[in-house]
Structures are given as structure tokens and as C-alpha cells.
Design a protein around this ligand. Structure first.
Ligand SMILES: Nc1ncnc2c1ncn2[C@@H]1O[C@H](COP(=O)(O)OP(=O)(O)OP(=O)(O)O)[C@@H](O)[C@H]1O
Ligand SMILES: Nc1ccn([C@H]2C[C@H](O)[C@@H](COP(=O)(O)O)O2)c(=O)n1
Length: 312
């Protein structure tokens, strides 16, 4: 049975690649359906063949390569295939093909694998310029969204209906880190709302709890973490920047007491996380001390590098 299903499926894609409408019709049962991510065809084999011929007409270069075939004791074959649309576009697709006893296709459902969103975590001491550089990135690179964990938490704190508002306020003033169960939900909501394919997750993961929460809620299936964009700068410079920002920011943690507490938390909880990523060779270190426009020159190059990484 398994061998027969493999042969039938191999023949099916051979005919498919010859763009032969009558040939493909002959391989379907009189009552037959085809469903892909764009359209549904059926209930007859003539409808299905017409639908497939429409694809060939729209994309004359289209071809299919079999990656793997999976069979069981049933009449169904699962085909992992590559749909080569043109020189620039290849789709990873899974076809579930059900045959009748005569070996004709009665149902074919095709599922396309969406590439995972790319993520760059953005870390650095408080005031290192993470927000400033992220704003420049999204201005220059249209696929990217800037999602700041701190901004998400501040927005949640402002929401009078939030049950977490008071806790967030207390923790932020103390320069501590909010439990990840709160933060990761806000990040995921913002990612979905942005409709972008690449994300700068700014100010995250800031401690071990953040790392664990990301793995449990987003994980390797939910995103391709391409690395950590890390802005390095000296504490006395950062203190100056934050005090200056505090004159206009209205942030309840841009005062000398909160700033010092934030530094402590940064050294004790965030630095070890950065070191872990460094050990995995996943950190892009940027000198954050020069003027913002100079820092930007380095930042741009890194984003280009990440954009060029093959999607997974
Ligand atoms: N390279 C730079 N040189 C001097 N000042 C800078 C530089 N980059 C940013 N700043 C200024 O420093 C302050 C902090 O910058 P920014 O808000 O981007 O830091 P951040 O890392 O996002 O801070 P936080 O973690 O506290 O949110 C801002 O007032 C910003 O204008
Ligand atoms: N992962 C995070 C990010 C931020 N916070 C809290 C604590 C920070 O001091 C504050 C401000 O963040 P920033 O805007 O400076 O990145 O928000 C957190 O608890 N967890």
C-alpha cells in the first residue's frame, strides 16, 4: 500500500509539472475536491483540473518538487513539497492527498507554511539609546515593528480597567521587573496588532523569568529569534541622559532614586542574560556612547544583516 501511494503521488506531481489539464483531470476521481490557502475547487474532477490550470496560466513558471512523502495504512498520502513559483519565490507546502481504491484523487488539501516572524531583542542599560535607535529602524525598514516592553507596561498601567495597573506602577518605581506572565501577553498582543513580519522587542528579556516566559509562550515555533541588539554605554553617561530625559518625559522612574535602582537590577538580572546570549554567539554589540547618528550607522548594518538571514 505504502509503495503504491508513493508511486501514485510521484506520478501526480510529474503530471502536475507538465501543466497538462487533461492529464491531471484523469488522475482525479469523478467526484473530487481541491482546497489550498487561496481557493477551493470541486465537486467534480473537471472543476479541479480547471482550477489547477488557472494556476498554471497565472504562473507559467510554477513547478513542484517533492521533499518527502508520508504514508500510513489508509488511502492518504502526506506530501511535503516545495512549490517553486519563480526564481525568487519558493513556498513550503504540505499536501494531504486522499485516494480512492482505484488510485484516483478524491480530495487534496494543501497547506502553506508561513515563515516565522523574525525577532531581535534589544537590550542595554537604562538610557543606552534602545528606544532612539528602534525609532530610526522602523523609519528606515518597513517590515519592522518596534515593541517596547516598557511602553507596553506603561500603557497597561494607564488602563483604568487593568487589574495589573497598580502592581506595574509599584514595580516600575522600584526599578524592578514585572512578572513575565503580564509582560509577554502584552508583547504578543502588540505583535499581532502590528501585522509586521519583523519585530524589535525592546527591553526584553530582562531577567531569567522573562526568558522562560518567552520560551513557554512564544517559543521556537512562534518566532525566529535572530539575536540580541545590545547597546553598551557607561553608567555615568546613562545617568546624565536619564536625568535630562526626566525633565520632559513624565516617567515616574526618570528620577535619581529609581534610576539607581534600575541600574542595580540591570547589572544583577539583565547582564547575566546578555552573557548567556553572548555565549551562544547571538549578541550584536554596539557602542552606545557616540552621538545617536553615529550609533545609527552601526545599527543599520546589523538590521540589514538580520534581514538577509534566511527565514525559517
Ligand atoms: N547616542 C546618544 N547620545 C546621547 N544621547 C542619547 C543617545 N541616544 C539616546 N540619547 C538620549 O538619551 C535618552 C535615553 O535614550 P532612549 O530613551 O533611547 O534610551 P533607552 O535605552 O530606550 O532607555 P530606557 O531603557 O530607559 O527606556 C533620550 O533622552 C535620548 O534622546
Ligand atoms: N521586560 C521588562 C521591561 C520593562 N519592565 C519595566 C521595568 C522597567 O524599569 C520599566 C521601564 O522599562 P524601559 O522603558 O526602561 O525599557 O518597565 C519590566 O518589568 N520588564
Amino acid at each position: 500500500m505504502a509503495e503504491r501511494l508513493r508511486e501514485l503521488t510521484t506520478t501526480y506531481f510529474k503530471v502536475w509539472n507538465s501543466h497538462d489539464q487533461a492529464g491531471i483531470e484523469a488522475l482525479h476521481s469523478e467526484k473530487s475536491t481541491l482546497k489550498d490557502w487561496n481557493a477551493e475547487h470541486g465537486p467534480t474532477r473537471a472543476d479541479v483540473a480547471k482550477g489547477i490550470a488557472g494556476i498554471w496560466k497565472d504562473v507559467p513558471t510554477i513547478k513542484i518538487e517533492i521533499v518527502d512523502l508520508f504514508t500510513s495504512v489508509t488511502n492518504t498520502c502526506v506530501a511535503s513539497i516545495r512549490v517553486i513559483v519563480d526564481a525568487a519565490t519558493t513556498l513550503k507546502v504540505t499536501d494531504v492527498i486522499e485516494y480512492d481504491d482505484a488510485g484516483l484523487v478524491v480530495r487534496l488539501d494543501a497547506y502553506v507554511a508561513q515563515p516565522k516572524p523574525k525577532v531581535l531583542f534589544v537590550l542595554g542599560g537604562p538610557g543606552a539609546g534602545k528606544g532612539t535607535q528602534c525609532a530610526k529602524i522602523v523609519e528606515e525598514f518597513s517590515d519592522w515593528a518596534h515593541i517596547s516592553a516598557g511602553d507596553c507596561l506603561r500603557a497597561e498601567r494607564q488602563d483604568p480597567n487593568s487589574k495589573d495597573g497598580e502592581l506595574i506602577e509599584q514595580i516600575i518605581k522600584e526599578g524592578k521587573i514585572v512578572p513575565v506572565a503580564i509582560t509577554v501577553k502584552l508583547l504578543q498582543k502588540a505583535m499581532v496588532a502590528s501585522k509586521k513580519s519583523c519585530f524589535l522587542i525592546d527591553g526584553f528579556p530582562r531577567n531569567l523569568d522573562n526568558v522562560t516566559g518567552w520560551k513557554e509562550n512564544v517559543g521556537e515555533l512562534g518566532a525566529q529569534v535572530c539575536g540580541v541588539l545590545y547597546y553598551e554605554a557607561k553608567e555615568d553617561e546613562l545617568e546624565k541622559r536619564l536625568l535630562s530625559r526626566g525633565e520632559t518625559s513624565g516617567r515616574s522612574d526618570d528620577n535619581i532614586d529609581s534610576i539607581r535602582k534600575r541600574f542595580k537590577t540591570y547589572i544583577s538580572e539583565t547582564m547575566p542574560i546578555i552573557d548567556e546570549y553572548k555565549a551562544k554567539n547571538l549578541v550584536y554589540t554596539v557602542d552606545g556612547m557616540p552621538p545617536a547618528d553615529e550609533v545609527w550607522k552601526v545599527t543599520q548594518g546589523i538590521v540589514r544583516q538580520v534581514e538577509a538571514m534566511p527565514p525559517m
